[in-house]
Design a protein around this ligand. Structure first.
Ligand SMILES: [Zn+2]
Length: 326
């Protein structure tokens, strides 16, 4: 892995990222500039002490990346050493996949790795994204108010979930206390789970079914939860224009159905992404199990896409440059 003096990616050697479940090039870490817990200074210290290479990919902002880079430079200048430690500017977008791409794929996250953090077009774009996200969150809060007016109660972790899920309705579906609220939910959203049938389902399956129905009903009652998301094509273009590498983030976590796709189907899909201008795939991620991650990595290589590994670390307890799912 090489970077130029601005820390941008110049060349990426493939398949050199994982050693067991540890890796030294982490393509996705978040700071408190978006929804992470580490401050840029904390992150820089960790990168410095462990001699890591890390891409800071906050949602809709480059502020965390630029200040972490400044902090790392300061550490190197004052303490010496840490030559191998590197922080690379990046960003993460949530986009609306083109309809033709994969049936019923609703959501995709795109990473811009090694972007020029001072690119005017990128910064303008990021500001616009942030505004869009704010509008989504305002919408989610007004839906919550309406629902609480219908005596539907929310768990305390609703706000936290809002930060995690791109689809704000998913955050709502996971946060309303469906066990004790089932009647008001039925009344308000017209959600009906066939209790007789679902009684024999495992609790998790029933919960998931109910969540899916709630999300569909919320969309029917309150409209599309995504306020004008950009297309993949737009996002990739703005990343490439800012000299970054566009990479698909946690593909199998956003679209679990792809885990069961045949190798050739997955290959066709990734080939289309490459034609859209993607350069790589975050194949290794804590939400991907090892078998699926290896398959994704192999197919990505076949399609001449770089293979990346990301910890997607948000909380302090999420270890950077590490993933464990067996
Ligand atoms: Zn993401």
């Amino acid at each position: 892995m090489e970077t130029d003096n601005c820390g941008r990616l110049v060349g990426v050697k493939q398949s050199s990222y994982t050693v067991g479940h540890r890796f030294f090039f982490d393509c996705q870490v978040h700071t408190d500039a978006s929804d992470g817990q580490r401050s840029p200074a904390q992150l820089a210290r960790e990168v410095y002490e462990r001699n890591l290479t890390v891409v800071v990919t906050d949602h809709f902002t480059l502020d965390g990346a630029t200040s972490a880079m400044g902090e790392l430079d300061h550490l190197k200048a004052t303490m010496g050493n840490g030559e191998a430690a590197k922080i690379i500017p990046g960003v993460e977008f949530s986009v609306k996949p083109e309809k033709s791409l994969y049936p019923r794929m609703r959501n995709m996250h795109v990473l811009g790795l090694g972007v020029d953090a001072h690119s005017k077009s990128l910064n303008r774009w990021v500001r616009r994204q942030r505004h869009r996200r704010r509008t989504c969150l305002e919408h989610a809060h007004s839906v919550r108010e309406r629902m609480e007016g219908e005596k539907i109660r929310f768990n305390a972790d609703f706000e936290k979930r809002l930060m995690i899920y791109g689809n704000v309705y998913k955050a709502i579906a996971k946060s309303i206390r469906s066990d004790e609220n089932i009647k008001p939910i039925w009344r308000h959203l017209g959600v009906k789970v066939n209790i007789k049938r679902s009684r024999h389902m495992p609790k998790k399956t029933r919960q998931r079914l109910l969540e899916k129905q709630i999300i569909d009903s919320l969309t029917r009652v309150y409209g599309d939860p995504f306020v004008k998301r950009p297309s993949i094509y737009e996002a990739v273009e703005v990343i490439n224009r800012a000299k970054g590498l566009a990479s698909v983030a946690h593909l199998l976590a956003s679209n679990p159905r792809l885990k069961h796709a045949s190798t050739s189907r997955l290959g066709r899909f990734l080939g289309e992404l490459r034609d859209f201008g993607f350069s790589g795939v975050e194949s290794y991620h804590p939400a991907h199990d090892v078998v699926c991650a290896d398959k994704l990595a192999n197919v990505s290589r076949e399609q001449e896409l770089y293979v990346f590994a990301g910890s997607d670390a948000h909380e302090l307890s999420d270890e950077i440059a590490y993933f464990i799912k067996e």
